[in-house]
Design a protein around this ligand. Sequence first.
Ligand SMILES: *Cc1c(COP(=O)(O)O)cnc(C)c1O
Length: 230
Amino acid sequence: MDVKKRLKQVRDKIKSTALKCGRKPEDIKLVAVSKNQSVEKIKFLIEQGIITFGENRVQELRDKKEIISNLNINWHFIGHLQRNKVKYLMRMENCRMIQSLDSWRLAKEINKRAKKNERVITTLVEVNISGDESKFGIKPGETLNFLNRVEKLSNIRVAGLMAIAPYLEDHEEVRPYFKQMARLRKKANNNDHNLKELSMGMSNDYQVAIEEGATIVRIGTAIFGARNYK
Ligand SMILES: *Cc1c(COP(=O)(O)O)cnc(C)c1O
């Protein structure tokens, strides 16, 4: 199957899943995860109307600079971000969101570099929902405290929460993780935060994520096909 067919399938499924659970399809934003995918495929997707791409390595963003500088599209950073790489990201005008804010030290560095570039960067706080110590993210129980601290920083705007659910063959087993994320956002909003976004759901589980309230889905393989790891 080619990229065009796969994209149509994903768009159709996002729409039908949203309608099935009484949500507006336009309330769910699609981020096409283009890591380890070719510039040709990215260009093709731009022609198909995709405007937001997700990347998880700063080096790869720099390698794809030619296409990154296309101001008709924008990029979300979705991977673990090393502090010494933040300065490059903040110079990329159309890097519009860092979805993977996962520590206080990173928050301080992002704030400092955003200030230097006279911009306010939108972020999502990544929550370690699987509880796996080897994974990145703020612990669910520490998320509210973390939000309180980060929201005091002048050049960071927190728009919501992001999570990577554990990979489980049975989609129903993933559902409780998404439910927990939705509860966490609700709790934050009941405590004077204003978190609009819930970024969760990937190729394997985005339909369940939409049913549980995802506003952003990050989809790679289901659109592009398998990644090419050189
Ligand atoms: C790679 C990646 C995705 C997309 O994964 P697919 O299974 O290919 O859809 C989504 N989110 C993050 C954080 C990723 O690193």
